[in-house]
Design a protein around this ligand. Sequence first.
Ligand code: ATP
Length: 303
Amino acid sequence: MSTVELTAVSRWYGNVVAVNDVTLTISPGVTGLLGPNGAGKTTVLHLMAGLLAPSQGTVTIDGKPAWRNPEMYRDLGLVTERESVPGFLTAWEFVLASAKLHKLPNPEEAARRALAIVELHDAQDRRISTYSKGMRQRTRVAAALVHDPTVLLLDEPFNGMDPRQRMHLMQLLHKMADEGRTILFSSHILEEVEQLSGTVQVIVAGRLAASGDYRHIRRLMTTRPHQFSITSSNDRLLATVLIGQPSVSGVSLERDAVQVQASDYGTFTRALAKLAREQDIRLTSVLPSDESLEMVFSYLVAT
Ligand SMILES: Nc1ncnc2c1ncn2[C@@H]1O[C@H](COP(=O)(O)OP(=O)(O)OP(=O)(O)O)[C@@H](O)[C@H]1O
């Protein structure tokens, strides 16, 4: 069982501060590294994988530094974000090459085991160019797993996968976590993280914005008011009746829409439909105006 630790870590590229004074611990199990695009997730993963030196602070795996420590690769696997797999090889050849690079005593056996873990053994002798996106991703996971690492880092592993492929990879990561591995995957999609992991580290603009149990963090998000922009056949009447609703904390009538702040998403949307029916108001659009991920993250940063 392995633990990855960042202590007061900063990393900058020239003038750009990509990671800013981050302290966190990743324990065995599945952890999601969540953050909007450009938040610093890849930089954090690369620091953990020893591909980048911290500008300040320390990154350790089981107490040993990740930087300039080739020994650590015995226990670590990394699946990078955008790395193509050579289509002219079969998965067997690709994973076997990875096993040989690791100088494993029995590379064939290791490749067989890794391909079985990702359930690619049936297709292992086909060229990778004939694979689906999900199968290619699983091939890369197998190559990263071939030396049976205790720590597996995955950068946006679900990008471009269809729901079935996602489900399959999620089950796979859970299975590996149940075996005692420490698995960290990055994502900018909240729902992905919700489905896969109870524990998250949220990073926004290079800083750790929240850390811990996903449900708790999600609650922090949902206790924030929801903003809606609504257009209807009678905006003035709609604004007047909405003011009296318990789930509504603010209403403003604008030139072409009613802006509403609601404390609870479900209660408000149900009440809105009922009110519109009762008052004979036709709703032409109901748009959440703060549902973007960046907005949710900015709430977190403000807490
Ligand atoms: N080699 C580099 N040189 C200069 N700036 C960089 C470099 N790599 C990353 N950055 C900057 O550092 C910040 C963090 O980038 P990083 O790739 O770690 O974020 P990310 O959360 O993984 O983003 P994405 O989800 O888009 O991959 C960004 O502002 C990015 O532009």
